[in-house]
Ligand binder design. Sequence first.
Ligand code: MN
Length: 329
Amino acid sequence: MDCKVFYHDKCFDGACSASVFTRFYQECVKTGTEFSYHGLVHRAGALFDENEFIDGENAIVDFKYSASQKVTWWFDHHLSAFLTPEDQADFERGQADGSQTMRKFYDPNYVSCTSLIAHVGATKFGFNVEPLQELIYWADIVDGAKYDNATAAVDMAAPAMKLTMVIESTQDNTLGEKLIPLLTEMPLQELLDQPFVQELLGPLMERHKAAIELIRERASIERGVITFDITDHPTEGYNKFIPYYLFPEGTYNVGLSKSSFRTKVSVGTNPWTPLHAEKLANLAAICERYGGGGHARVGAISFPPDREDDARKAAGEIVAELRERENAG
Ligand SMILES: [Mn+2]
């Protein structure tokens, strides 16, 4: 039976989840003949195109639930896994009546979806996850941002870090189908050494080093808040830990950047801050006031490219609010 795997695109855990699901399916379900992959991204409006689902197995991993009748497998660990209450009710119905208990799995306690699939596979289907330990270890580190310090997150020493950068930043839409099957076939260093990966990595490493230097030049810190504006150097993204690598003592960072399709205010909390969670600002709530969103510790607001002034004004207000908070705290 053909099997199409829908996964969280531009995400290390998403790619690892697709690979572990494939291997699990081949070893434990054994009815798959042809596997194909389709990356999904978060966006406004409908997340799934019903026409993309095939007549066969459709698996969604590390991404939101779909109530489509065509979806036959689902694994997710995100807190916001259901777009609507109807989706959640549909999932709960399938669990309550037993029809989906061995097909659809949701557990937000898992740091990575990769580790969720591995655990479910091992405990419920006898899946041998022993050869996958390196992959599971790194999916947890990367998706949980569990780096020892900002240097480990920025200096890119480990093969998994370099692969993450390639997965998150490449514009090559064919990377997923080439990379995903290999993630569970070879050690990460060997995968990194593949010519199709090296080709993409070289320019990205250069860009990463240039981003560190640019942010070093622009960033400053005052009352625990790091700020920088790199809108004059359009970029499709930068490593979000660079501000804390430059200023380990910072609690928050507010960055203004620009890409081809938006001006972005990025707001983050230093994952290595000694402050306790209850003392930290809820950045999702702050970003939502400006039409953005995110998680408690990291959020963002996107403005159309021609509304740079509004973005700069929002960034300024957020910086002032966070500094005020640091003063009060
Ligand atoms: Mn994930």
